[in-house]
Design a protein around this ligand. Structure first.
Ligand code: FES
Ligand SMILES: [Fe+2]
Length: 370
């Protein structure tokens, strides 16, 4: 049975939706319970991750007919295929027989065969053959196919939404599209370097909220991000709307011999609930955070480098980003202990510096109470 927000409110003695909205408007955070309760995690899977656009892969992973790429949207395993007809399609990466995954890694094949008992599907998701099925009187392959999901491109990036009837990705990205158009033209030239992965002992929202504010940059990242970019409120611009958040700031750590006037600085885009990408004059990245359990999450960040950039500077920049993300993980893991203490019903935001959190929390609450 589907869990209801009202049941959770009763169980944990939470404020009403109107009270939570009023508290958010005054600068309070969502109730601490939202960051620990298993029922909230369950509701988020259903109301947020099963219905949102999430980053899947770079276009190069599914560039040719027969290519397929695996990813996850929340807890739902997804496979994106490039059909013989040139179409990109997405499916729940779960066999219709006994629910094994169809593929565990990216690859290229003319047909997708489940490794468990060998059911074989076309790249269009249609079941073609099942071993021994001809011995069954009423077994008709043509009535069985992988469950479809929505797939779209955002420039070079492939996004998926587990909802097969999802509104177009553009409906989510419209607010930052003009900014990301310019950013993606630059990023398209960048070359893949490395995937960073982080396992967090915290609720996914703590990690996402950390990613969309830079109030913590001068303290937590004083020898990483905060040393690399100007992060004071007068230098570092932040803009948020219902589904998107944008950051932009100048570079502080200018490599030797470089004219700072020629640098474009740091640009960052976030789309609710969990996808983000960024670039500066040396490196760029795209990634996503995924809930694993109520108090665990996992994030990946695919790092790219500008072609022709000084390899020594790129190396330093990549190390700086890894250090920044490790510092973020350390902070959000420790926050989780505070959220679990049961003593602080909600946090208190500084709305001038942390406005993206207010918008992220409003969108979360709206989704959960929808
Ligand atoms: S679970 Fe896929 S063939 Fe059996
Ligand atoms: Fe950070």
């Amino acid at each position: 049975m589907t869990i209801q927000m009202s049941d959770i409110q009763n169980k944990y003695d939470l404020p009403t939706e109107a009270e939570m909205l009023a508290s958010l408007a005054e600068g309070e955070t969502l109730p601490a319970t939202f960051y620990s309760a298993p029922e909230i995690h369950q509701l988020e899977q259903e109301k947020i991750f099963a219905k949102s656009w999430q980053y899947a892969c770079h276009e190069s992973a599914v560039a040719k007919p027969g290519d397929y790429a695996v990813t996850k949207a929340g807890s739902i395993p997804i496979i994106v295929t490039h059909g013989k007809d040139g179409q990109l399609r997405g499916f729940v990466n779960v066999c219709r027989h006994r629910l094994h995954s169809i593929a565990e890694e990216n690859g290229n094949k003319p047909l997708l065969q489940c490794p468990y008992h060998g059911w074989t599907y076309g790249l269009d998701g249609q079941l073609k053959t099942a071993p021994r099925s001809q011995r069954e009187p009423n077994f008709d392959c043509s009535t069985i196919s992988l469950q479809p999901v929505s797939v779209e491109r955002w420039d070079q990036w492939i996004f998926v939404n587990p909802d097969p009837d999802a509104a177009p990705l553009a409906s989510v990205t419209a607010d930052i599209r003009t900014r990301t158009d310019a950013m993606n033209v630059d990023l398209r030239e960048y070359e893949f370097q490395v995937r960073y992965e982080y396992d967090m002992e915290c609720n996914w929202k703590l990690w996402a909220e950390n990613a969309v504010e830079c109030y913590h940059c001068p303290t937590l990242h004083k020898s990483s991000f905060g040393m690399t970019y100007h992060t004071s409120p007068d230098d570092y611009a932040i803009d948020s709307s219902e589904n998107t958040i944008w950051h932009q700031g100048p570079i502080k750590w200018i490599p030797e011999g470089v004219d700072s006037e020629k640098l474009e600085g740091f640009r960052f885009a976030f789309t609710f609930p969990s996808s983000f990408f960024a670039l500066d004059d040396y490196v760029g990245f795209i990634g996503s955070v995924q809930p694993v359990s109520p108090q665990k999450c996992w994030a990946f960040v695919d790092m790219y480098a500008k072609p022709g950039a000084d390899p020594e500077v790129v190396k330093q920049w990549l190390e700086m980003w890894d250090q920044t993300l490790i510092e973020d993980k350390q902070a959000t893991d420790i926050q989780q202990i505070g959220y679990n203490s049961g003593r602080i019903p909600a946090g208190r935001l500084l709305l001038d510096s942390e406005s993206p959190l207010q918008s992220f929390m409003r969108t979360t609450l709206a989704a959960l109470t929808s």
